[in-house]
Design a protein around this ligand. Structure first.
Ligand SMILES: Nc1nc2c(ncn2[C@@H]2O[C@H](COP(=O)(O)OP(=O)(O)OP(=O)(O)O)[C@@H](O)[C@H]2O)c(=O)[nH]1
Length: 316
């Protein structure tokens, strides 16, 4: 067998598309991979311009890419991550993927004859499998990162993530001398509610309360489940008057809502504590303590009320 025969045997058996162009972008070689995936025999495409055969090719991009190969006399590469595909070829992946066309890694190499570039060779590798698994992996990693931050029951931030946010907001507010307010609220007589409607009824109340409160807030407010039946809201750039307004809105919204659970219509109330960052607060935990004191006052004064840490009467 001659070397030429070996070469043509290999080019036809290899699972990579091989496409050779002259410097006017006419096709001079096309291997079996291309014949199968484009469904055109060599004699149907040889001599034809590449843009005629592949009308989908981004012409300006392609010409720029090839001119850098010929001018710099170097190989160039385009991965599926940069451009999912260059040629609209069907993929042969048997299981479903959201990829309509074959994801491709393309290599562009100058072909040199007697010291001069005469052609450009394009290698097309099927990267659909890699694309598929990478996309799935990215989705799973995103999901994992989200589940690390989200409370499974209420879908608001969990305590760990919420506290990390508070630590960040606290140091930002300190550094730039901005306001920072905190609201903490706790469902009233929740044990009784659980005893009356069952734990699942209680869960439904927590879910609906979280959804309602989230819808009241601005996008920059940071809402989380602090624990059990206690929630907390960070209000960046907010003064005491603004925070009391939000707290009152939270309290009245919960008082006025009705939670439907199976045959039951459940009413609930919350006690709310409000505090703003002050000069004595050295750490974000100090702000939590002050808000907790306010919440305790709201509870001990009769519940379904809004209190600040300093005031001895309910916020009017
Ligand atoms: N359904 C449900 N109940 C929870 C959850 N987390 C905590 N609880 C319950 O919430 C109740 C809280 O009870 P307490 O701390 O005595 O407070 P309370 O009954 O709300 O009374 P006050 O706060 O003083 O008004 C407990 O019975 C907990 O079991 C949860 O995720 N789902």
């Amino acid at each position: 067998m001659s070397l030429d025969s070996y070469c043509s045997h290999i080019t036809d058996k290899i699972n990579t598309g091989i496409l050779v162009l002259d410097l006017d972008y006419n096709i001079v070689m096309w291997n079996r991979f291309m014949q199968i995936h484009v469904n055109k025999k060599s004699d149907e495409v040889l001599g034809k311009n590449i843009f005629e055969v592949f009308s989908e090719l981004p012409q300006r991009w392609f010409e720029r890419k090839l001119s850098s190969v010929t001018q710099l006399n170097t190989q160039s590469f385009c991965s599926w991550e940069q451009r999912h595909h260059l040629f609209e070829l069907p993929h042969t992946r048997p299981i479903t993927t959201d990829s309509v066309f074959m994801a491709q890694n393309c290599t562009f190499s100058p072909v040199i004859d007697e010291g001069k570039i005469t052609n450009i060779c394009i290698l097309i590798e099927d990267a659909t499998d890699v694309y598929h698994y990478q996309t799935k992996l990215n989705g799973a990693l995103e999901q994992l990162a989200l589940s690390n931050r989200i409370d499974g029951l209420t879908q608001v931030f969990n305590r760990k993530h919420w506290e990390e946010c508070l630590a960040n907001e606290f140091s930002r507010a300190r550094r730039y001398d901005h306001g920072l307010a905190l609201i903490m609220f706790d469902l009233d007589y929740f044990k009784l509610l659980n005893d009356t409607f069952g734990h699942q009824g209680g869960d439904k109340v927590l879910i609906d309360v979280a959804t309602q409160v989230q819808s009241l807030l601005r996008t920059c407010d940071i809402f989380g489940r602090y624990g059990g039946e206690e929630f907390a809201i960070i209000l960046p750039e907010t003064d005491l008057t603004g925070a009391i307004d939000v707290a009152k809105r939270v309290r009245s919204t919960i008082e006025n809502m009705t939670v439907t659970f199976q045959e039951d219509h459940i009413k609930a109330t919350v006690s709310v504590g409000v505090a703003v960052m002050n000069n004595e607060d050295k750490r974000y935990e100090d702000l939590i303590s002050n808000t907790d004191i306010a919440l305790y006052k709201a509870k001990s004064s009769g519940r379904n009320m809004v209190f600040t840490a300093k005031e001895t009467r309910e916020c009017a």
